[in-house]
Design a protein. Sequence first.
Length: 315
Amino acid sequence: MRTGWRAEKQTLISNQLINQMCQMAFGSADYSNITLLSGGRSHQNHLMTLKSGIQVVLRVGKNQASLQKQYALSQKLWSKLPVPRFISQVMSANENNHFAFLEFKRGERLANLQQLPTADQAQLAFELGEYLALIHSQTFKTSGQFGANLTVDHAYDMSPKGLIEFVAVSLNKAVDNGYISKAQSRSYGPKFEIKIQILNEWQHGNCLIHADLNEDNILHYDGHISAILDWEFTLAGHPAMDFGKFTRPPYINCPIFLENLCDSYYLTHKNLPSNWDDIASVVDLISWAEFLSRKNLNPDVKISAIKKFKAILAG
């Protein structure tokens, strides 16, 4: 059975350490068929079969606070959404390896969305719209990053003014990284300042944002959404930050999917402007600007980011 968790050939931590983690969580190191799965930028995922025959995912990371946040989100959401449930608390095997065990969710990635029949696209979109509306119904007083207890402990200014400042800083870093010229930065900045004012057309309070709803983090199985994965970047912010992903392939190439997603979301949440795609496209530039601020960026991502800035800020 293929799954949305992509398998690699070998583990990156020792079997001895994995044995220790299993012993700490279950009182036994009796397991089999361990496989390293891809996905997750701040942690590793290992699929294994316990003595009982149950498949579980061992998540290991160096950032304890991030794992604690994911654990808290799982405890809050798993009964309402197809979120992998943590079946152990976050523990520490040593100072550098913090871990927890999660239930394993079967499914194919939505990366194959364009190959699915339109009826399947419509059904998956309707379900995802409902789930996204439930996510965005979780509200917060301020915007920003969560701590381990799901309170905002690092506030961000996500008003147009705050986003203008963020993009300006990111573009300066992009110049330092050699990705764009100073002339490009001077061109993009003022144009973004004008374009981002469109965010005022979508009034919405701060809410729970997944922040990484790309096609690799949503699984489907037997005609239904089976999992929404990788909540490590979750924050409090504006819904357009999640909808930005739906202005990218493969979603943008599937009109039936987008139509049903939006209909379902609006029926459940009652807050989605007709020009959501225009708003989300501009807000999505924040993610592309953040990419350009990173050193040693993948060349394909760099090209995509620059193309996106040129396309959205044209005219």
